[in-house]
Design a protein around this ligand. Structure first.
Ligand SMILES: *[C@@H]1O[C@H](CO)[C@@H](O)[C@H](O)[C@H]1NC(C)=O
Length: 331
């Protein structure tokens, strides 16, 4: 019996180690907040500072945005305008579906099959931004993000992304020099992450969206990139809500649906879900243990170990049944 318990604990431990190993990067997202790579507010000049900037301009002055076609919807005109007005010396590239596909076909033909194969248009909108940043460099801005001040100070970092709460990074505003290794890693990883999950929202998030980028981010940081390879992080206060923040976020995600409500509900009730998850986990372990112990008890019992064919009809017909074996042999 004690041997059963030891074997059971070893098997359970192996299963647990395998499970934790599979989701290790996801778990690490809960722990690492990227503060070691934060773009500190103290190192940024004030929005209308008179100080002479000695900061280098590394990122080219290009703003990238994406939309289905050239007719930007009414509710996104204002945020788009705010970015254009503050950056008159920047080149502006709007990546329509048609332009995006032509660009991939011309510059990254190895990706065209994956690109065309995506189920949801938002996956193409996600993917194209990593490719244009890798190819041209510049700053990508979602159409629902407006600009609150000039982005010039952010041109001084080889690459940066935006931190989201409670965990991970977003892909709605990002900047980089051309061929930055982080975006190289992102585009290189896209085909591998092109998997379907049960909910469309999770499929989008994990194949091309913020969850995908956050996982790539953790893998990237684990390799300890230094100098120009380092990826800097714009924290929420520098992103929006303050006079010195760079952006203003306008609501208007066109593709949100029931999945998103489910995810938000899960995020809100994460503690309860964790407790229920553990309870179900232990219940399953308990059941497996019971079955395991039962099956070993059965295989250890003398009857099954020395089983011989039973012949009930013959035995029933045998008049000498009930007489001890030794007596029967003497007859
Ligand atoms: C652009 O796309 C939107 C949304 O799909 C559509 O309603 C609109 O008709 C399109 N405009 C043109 C000019 O094709």
């Amino acid at each position: 019996m004690r041997r059963n318990v030891v074997i059971f604990i070893i098997i359970s431990a192996l299963v647990l180690i395998y499970a934790v190993h599979s989701v290790w990067i996801l778990l690490s997202l809960l722990v690492f907040d990227g503060s070691e790579d934060a773009i500190s507010r103290a190192e940024l000049p004030a929005p209308k500072s008179g100080a002479i900037s000695e900061r280098p301009q590394l990122i080219p002055k290009i703003i990238h945005q994406t939309y289905v076609n050239d007719s930007i919807p009414e509710h996104w005109i204002a945020p788009q305008r705010s970015c254009l007005d503050l950056h008159k010396d920047y080149e502006y590239k709007l990546w329509t579906d048609k332009k995006a596909r032509e660009f991939i076909a011309a510059e990254y033909p190895w990706f065209l099959e994956t690109f065309d194969g995506y189920t949801y248009p938002i996956q193409r909108a996600d993917a194209i931004r990593y490719f244009v940043l890798h190819h041209f460099g510049g700053i990508y801005i979602d159409l629902d993000d407006g600009c609150n001040r000039s982005l010039d100070p952010l041109l001084a970092y080889p690459a940066w992304v935006r931190r989201t709460t409670p965990t991970g990074i977003s892909n709605d505003v990002m900047g980089a020099v051309p061929r930055h290794p982080f975006f190289l890693k992102a585009i290189d990883s896209l085909p591998n992450y092109n998997r379907k999950w049960v909910l469309p929202y999770i499929t989008v998030m994990a194949s091309t969206g913020p969850l995908f980028l956050s996982i790539i981010w953790r893998h990237y940081v684990n390799a300890n990139p230094q100098g120009a390879e380092r990826l800097r992080i714009l924290f929420p206060d520098e992103y929006q809500n303050h006079s010195w923040s760079f952006f203003t976020h306008h609501l208007g995600n066109s593709w949100h649906n029931n999945d998103v409500r489910l995810i938000f509900w899960m995020a809100k009730h994460w503690l309860m879900l964790t407790v229920v998850g553990f309870a179900v986990g232990f219940l399953v372990l308990g059941c497996i243990y019971t079955v395991f112990v039962k099956s070993r008890q059965n295989s250890n019992s003398p009857r099954s170990r020395f089983a011989y064919p039973r012949m009930p009809s013959y035995r029933r017909a045998n008049p000498k049944d009930g007489i001890p074996l030794e007596d029967r042999l003497e007859v």
